[in-house]
Design a protein around this ligand. Structure first.
Ligand code: COA
Length: 259
């Protein structure tokens, strides 16, 4: 069905593997279109409880947007490029009601770093390397990187990365809070699946509300505390709240239905 990504559904966990290893999984137009369709699947397929994004091959997660496609762009086309990518892929990942995490197996540069930080959180292998090298091309991040990197690791660290184009290694990414865990390359996908399986065992509507509320922190138009109060209240109208609280009192494991 797809030509530049591979997908797989395993026990509710949907894997998206960006598959252009000879180009270090750079995001060309086709990859972006297929990512958008894969995100549709995450939103619409009830069998998918959560998702992970990773790159094919041992070397790269995603080494950025495909630089060849930048050559012909002028100012208007450049802005349209960023707008389309943000609307169809990056913002939809961030606001997905189902958890989407990045399993970063190698270079996460430019749009690759932005893809990883649009995800709800990240797990890195020891080979992971993060960078925003757009300044080397006379550019800046355009898929939300100036905003999300600053939100995630703070202005000083983010600006150093964006203004100098340096790459940071997995240990530094861990110390910055850019990744939650660093594991050996051969353990990366298994670790991501263990983390997601735990989340998948929880009440799905409550999980979705956690994402909504955390995103509200960064929405200037939202009052995050009000968003939380509304979300908290809405949980009380769910079957899963009845199941969760009853199971606790009955000293048994809850069985959530996502209703
Ligand atoms: N866009 C298009 N092609 C890319 C790419 C990108 N962002 N990143 C890597 N590639 C291609 C290379 O052109 C090369 O293709 P070729 O074999 O047809 O020449 C192939 O992937 C392998 O990359 P190469 O540069 O030979 O590997 P390397 O190990 O020497 O260097 C990097 C790895 C990541 C340091 C280097 O590829 C690089 O700097 N990439 C661009 C990163 C970037 O600026 N990203 C932000 C874009 S906005």
């Amino acid at each position: 069905m797809y030509s530049t990504i591979l997908t797989e559904l395993d026990n509710g966990i949907f894997s998206i593997i960006i598959n252009r290893p000879d180009k270090l999984n750079a995001l060309n137009k086709t990859v972006m279109e297929e990512l958008s369709l894969a995100i549709d699947e995450i939103y619409n397929n009830d069998e998918i409880k959560s998702a992970l994004v990773t790159g094919a091959g041992a070397k790269s997660f995603v080494a950025g947007a495909d630089i060849n496609e930048f050559i012909a762009l002028d100012a208007g086309a450049g802005a349209a490029f960023a707008q389309m990518g943000q609307d169809r892929v990056f913002t939809r990942i961030e606001h997905s009601p189902k958890p989407i995490i990045a399993a970063v197996n190698g270079f996460a540069l430019g749009g690759g770093c932005e893809l990883a930080i649009a995800c709800h959180f990240r797990i890195g292998s020891t080979a992971a390397k993060f960078g925003q090298p757009e300044v080397n091309l006379g550019l800046i991040p355009g898929y939300g990187g100036t905003q999300r990197l600053t939100q995630l690791i703070g202005k000083g660290r983010a600006l150093e990365m964006m203004m100098s184009g340096i790459m940071i290694d997995a240990a530094t990414a861990l110390s910055y809070g850019l990744v939650n865990y660093v594991v050996a390359p051969e353990e990366l996908i298994a670790k991501a699946k263990v983390v997601l399986a735990l989340i998948n065992s929880k009440a799905p509507l409550a999980v979705a509300k956690c994402i909504t509320c955390a995103n509200a922190v960064f929405d200037e138009k939202a009052d995050g505390f009000a968003v939380e109060i509304e979300a908290f209240g809405s949980c009380f109208a769910t079957d899963d709240k009845v199941e969760g609280t009853t199971a606790f009192i009955e000293k048994r494991k809850p069985v959530f239905t996502g209703k």
